[in-house]
Design a protein around this ligand. Structure first.
Ligand code: ADP
Ligand code: 5GP
Length: 210
């Protein structure tokens, strides 16, 4: 660690990273998000608003801000969302409050959003956004994970599997691709991506004055 003439440690300051994870439903984004948030103290989750009904075990304000369609459209129409999309028949969006302030303070923010939202964020903040696409090891494993999660009915699972191929086609728009086979290895790779992106030259707002 460099030090200035008084011997005090000096560090570069930087803008925060907007780390975006997308994947077909069931590939493991939520699991990976929880694991990386536990490992990385300086990373906070952007909690989305959604009109989807809560799944068993999901808490309002923690997993999502659950709301009605009327509440969602009111928030969107007054410019309260950084991005939004309709996914699997429900509305999802990223509340603007907090995110930009956090980035300016040099804090990193994690987004679990679909390709439509990832595209909007990247268009809005190209220098801040890092997009990671998570792939399942195979279509059969994706189906097993959706069924094994035991949180959606057969019809919902069918709809999500049917949409998976179209979502997977989007991977080339992303900066990184990660096949989520062994969870601990996926978390290591995601940590490595974040570590490298934190020291990217374009993100630094000042360097140590020596
Ligand atoms: P998503 O958020 O992408 O829809 P989840 O994180 O809910 O997916 O994961 C779907 C299911 O797959 C969950 O039951 C989860 O425990 C399991 N899962 C996630 N990652 C792995 C992995 N690397 N190996 C085995 N099972 C996994
Ligand atoms: P789920 O219902 O399984 O929690 O999420 C369904 C899909 O919606 C996932 O692909 C998830 O990443 C996406 N999603 C969740 N929140 C947002 C959001 O705020 N914006 C967008 N565009 N997609 C979201």
């Amino acid at each position: 660690m460099p030090s200035d003439s008084s011997g005090a440690k000096v560090t570069a300051s930087r803008r925060g990273v907007m780390l975006v994870l997308s994947s077909p439903s069931g590939a493991g984004k939520t699991t990976l998000s929880k694991a990386i948030l536990q490992r990385e103290a300086d990373l906070a989750l952007s909690v989305s608003v959604t009109t989807r009904k809560p799944r068993a075990g999901e808490a309002d304000g923690v997993d999502y801000h659950f709301c009605s369609v009327a509440e969602f459209t009111a928030l969107r129409d007054r410019g309260g969302l950084l991005e939004w999309a309709e996914v699997h028949g429900n509305y999802y969006g990223t509340p603007a409050a907090d995110v930009m302030e956090r980035l300016q303070r040099g804090e990193d923010v994690l987004f679990d959003i679909d390709w439509q939202g990832a595209r909007q964020l990247a268009a809005r903040a190209p220098d801040d956004t890092v997009r990671v696409f998570i792939l399942p090891p195979s279509a059969a494993i994706l189906a097993q994970r959706l069924i094994g999660r035991q949180q959606d009915g057969a019809e919902v699972i069918e709809r999500r599997l049917a949409g998976a191929a179209a979502e997977i086609e989007r991977w080339a728009e992303y900066d990184y691709v990660l096949v989520n086979e062994v969870l601990s290895e996926s978390v290591d790779r995601l940590s490595a991506i974040l570590a490298a992106e934190r020291v990217r030259i374009s993100r630094q707002t000042s360097v140590p004055d020596m």
